[in-house]
Design a protein around this ligand. Structure first.
Ligand SMILES: [Zn+2]
Ligand SMILES: [Zn+2]
Length: 179
């Protein structure tokens, strides 16, 4: 059957933050294709499918097919809306996936679920520092960072160069099964 989950997340920004959500994420998934619970799928908005792999470790997209045990998975990003301006940025993301009940191939007592036993998501974003930019620093861009469900709150991410406060997350991303 076709199932959907909605993921929402919100971060607070300082005026020094140059912020944008990345178009990729990682999500916990009970995968009926490989018959395993607690897998991780890597997803990219615009991609026609996800990639299922065994680890929560971020993999480079190009290397995922080569990662051991990974396979294409029938799950993709079907909604990706960014809201907010000024001090807050919200991400509302919808995932749609084919799913069917199964028992874990290696742990028979573990039943696959639409949401899994411990729903988890890792969201990526890119951030730069206006304080460094205005000071003429060539490397004012901090690059890509991530926030995830099991982070210790609040998450505070100051500039990696000058220490100016940039991004704060006070609540966990929410993951909801939707009809
Ligand atoms: Zn799988
Ligand atoms: Zn800075």
């Amino acid at each position: 059957m076709l199932s959907h989950v909605e993921i929402t997340a919100r971060v607070a920004l300082t005026e020094a933050a140059h912020f944008g959500w990345s178009n990729r994420l990682e999500y916990s998934h009970d995968c009926f294709v490989c018959g395993r619970t607690g897998r991780t799928v890597s997803l990219r908005h615009g991609a026609t499918h996800g990639v299922c792999h065994s680890s929560q470790t971020a993999l480079d997209w190009q290397d995922e097919q080569a990662a051991r045990g990974s396979h294409p998975a029938p799950i993709r990003v079907t909604g990706f809306d960014v809201n907010g301006s000024g001090a807050t940025r919200e991400l509302r993301c919808r995932l749609s996936f084919w799913w069917s009940p199964f028992a874990d191939a290696e742990r028979g007592q573990a039943e696959g679920g639409e949401l899994g036993a411990g729903p988890w998501v890792r969201l990526f974003y890119r951030v730069g520092c206006h304080a460094c930019r205005d000071a003429g620093e060539a490397d004012w861009f901090n690059g890509e960072q991530s926030v995830q469900t099991n982070a210790v709150l609040p998450v505070a991410r100051p500039c990696t160069r000058c220490g100016t406060d940039l991004v704060t997350m006070t609540g966990r991303p929410e993951i909801t099964l939707v009809g």
